[in-house]
Design a protein around this ligand. Structure first.
Ligand code: NAD
Length: 298
């Protein structure tokens, strides 16, 4: 069934996600602070809104895909917050990766007004957003989860219910902490092989068929020119920014502190990504952590 969807935040992820909703035949009203992002979606058939409120008013579903918790908090609960203009018929889906507390607070405050909310952060990167094959990791009431299925299926392939409000964010942050460790470890192993005369493509093929196999070797090799069409072979442009991974590792460490969990590998990965960002690489894709290991060869 065709739905009216308000989509807010049309960046590297939100842009292609909104495009897939248009392709699926939904009426999509878009808003972003960047005019160019809205213009691109309008060319594909979406309607440009003048404000987040205009995009959200009388929508069946509102989706947000913003950088961090402060943006999500302000969008829904701030001075001009959507909480005052949404109807109790609207389903709100926040796909941003943010702290679980903000997701819980927004979810609870919307619930007090009878508005259903799920946190639904994603995994799969920009390629998954474009192909419509994202994994959604959902926190919230099961009825809201069920109601979101038909819309999420236009943008993703695997849809998991992790638990109540905020549980999607906790699961997502566990995944990204592991991903950062795998990426740094893979870069470290590849560079040691190169330093000892190995061809990184040959070494990657060997590790892919050995016990070091992991997602970064399969789909996102950090060493330039080992794989086509990945950020490492495009000067680390596009993809998932170092500064966003740095943000996620901050969220992971805050979560670990609160739950008194022991996360030495996550803490080390956080230091590595912080250092890498401080060296001026914050806007590059996170696989550029490889440069931290390879720079002695420059
Ligand atoms: P991005 O910086 O490319 O996009 C964010 C967009 O939000 C920008 O276009 C910006 O103009 C817009 N924006 C910011 N504040 C706004 C506001 N108040 N109103 C309207 N628009 C506003 O970021 P991204 O890579 O698309 O990531 C978005 C979220 O998805 C982040 O939380 C990130 O951690 C998460 N994520 C990213 C990836 C990835 O591979 N890029 C993968 C999984 C999850």
């Amino acid at each position: 069934m065709t739905k009216t969807i308000g989509f807010i935040g049309l960046g590297n992820m939100g842009g292609p996600m909104a495009a897939n909703l248009v392709k699926a035949g939904h009426q999509v009203r878009v808003f972003d602070l960047q005019q160019s992002a809205m213009a691109h979606l309008a060319e594909l058939g979406a309607v440009k809104a003048d404000s987040a409120r205009q995009a959200a008013q009388q929508a069946d579903v509102v989706i947000s895909m913003l950088p961090a918790g402060k943006h999500v908090d302000s969008l829904y609960l701030g001075e001009q917050g959507l909480i005052d203009c949404l109807s109790s018929q609207t389903l709100v889906i926040d796909c941003s990766t943010i702290d679980a507390e903000t997701a819980q607070r927004v979810g609870q405050q919307l619930a007090q007004k009878g508005i259903a909310f799920i946190d639904a952060p994603v995994s799969g990167g920009t390629a998954g957003a474009q192909a419509g094959t994202l994994t959604f990791i959902v926190g919230g009431e099961i009825t809201a989860f069920d109601n979101a299925q038909s819309v999420l299926q236009c943008m993703g392939k695997n849809i998991f219910h992790a638990g109540g409000h905020g549980a999607g964010q906790i699961a997502k942050i566990c995944n990204n902490m592991l991903l950062s460790i795998l990426m740094a470890g893979t870069a470290e192993a590849l560079q040691m092989g190169i330093d000892n005369g190995l061809d990184p493509k040959v070494l990657s093929d060997i590790m892919l068929q050995s016990s070091g196999r992991n997602w970064t070797l399969e789909l996102y090799n950090p060493c330039p020119d080992v794989m086509p069409n990945v950020p490492s072979s495009k000067s680390y442009q596009g993809g998932f920014m170092v500064d966003l991974m740095k943000k996620d590792l901050g969220l992971a460490m805050d979560t670990a502190n609160k739950s008194q969990s022991t996360t030495p590998m996550g803490a080390l990965a956080q230091s590595l990504y912080k250092l890498h960002s401080l060296q001026g690489n914050g806007k590059l894709d996170f696989s550029s952590i490889f440069k931290l290991y390879s720079s002695h060869q420059d």
